[in-house]
Design a protein around this ligand. Structure first.
Ligand SMILES: [Zn+2]
Length: 112
């Protein structure tokens, strides 16, 4: 997976920064999301670790968008690891668009 320069969540465009400087402090955290300034910060680490950290903060952003004020850190982290597993195990899922089984089905339906 990729770590983009920005991520749009519910109409809000979060800037993604790779940085050691976290408002929360670096001792216990390797990423953070700032809902006010729309910034997701991920500490520079091994690629896979950074990807999971990004997904962790992304899930916080989605939960915030859905109106949840208190997030279960353990649950968010479990989901981040599970999501990372599925994304990396199924690279075709988010690859550039090309002909898929579904599109073939649409072709048959429309006769195109
Ligand atoms: Zn968290």
């Amino acid at each position: 997976m990729n770590i983009p320069k920005s991520i749009k969540i519910g109409g809000a465009v979060y800037t993604v920064e790779i940085t050691d400087r976290l408002d929360l402090g670096k001792v216990n955290y390797s990423g953070e999301i700032d809902y006010v300034n729309l910034v997701i910060r991920v500490c520079p680490n091994a690629e896979g670790k950074m990807e999971v950290d990004l997904l962790h903060e992304l899930l916080h952003g989605i939960a915030d968008f859905m109106g949840y004020a208190n997030h279960d850190e353990k649950r968010i982290d479990e989901l981040a690891h599970a999501l990372h597993m599925v994304i990396t195990d199924n690279p075709e899922l988010f690859a550039a668009k090309r002909e898929t089984a579904g599109q073939e089905w649409v072709k048959e339906e429309t006769g195109a």
